[in-house]
Design a protein. Structure first.
Length: 120
């Protein structure tokens, strides 16, 4: 909520107005990204200036309080899955990366894989 009258993106916003950030639109804005609608997580690997464009946990005072913890632990969890298991595809068909409906962008066709614990 705007605590006082202000201007955001050229729009006059009166005090006590609720302002919501549309992260979905920002993440798909062709002015910000090359090939904006394609899944390219490598966008965030090296260019330091682009880090502020990613808002997976919201933004502002009401952002997710566990965002920093999640960002630090997801790589550990993924690393452990890769290190501790051997993964194989169920079939040789190309993985369908089409997005389904929902807030968390689920895959339209779920990925099926087989895993086996690695030998110690």
């Amino acid at each position: 909520m705007a605590s006082e009258d202000c201007t955001i993106g050229g729009y006059e916003v009166p005090s006590k107005t609720i302002v919501q950030v549309n992260a979905w639109a920002i993440h798909r804005d062709p002015k910000l990204w090359d090939d904006a609608t394609s899944f390219k997580p490598e966008r965030f690997e090296s260019r330091e200036g682009d880090a502020h464009k990613l808002m997976p946990f919201g933004i502002g005072r009401r952002a997710c309080p566990g965002a920093s913890l999640a960002q630090r632990t997801i790589s550990l969890a993924l690393g452990l899955l890769i290190q501790c298991f051997e993964w194989k595809r169920v079939d040789e068909a190309e993985v369908d990366m089409t997005e389904g409906n929902g807030v968390t962008m689920p895959k339209a066709v779920p990925l099926e894989a087989m895993c086996r614990a690695r030998q110690s």
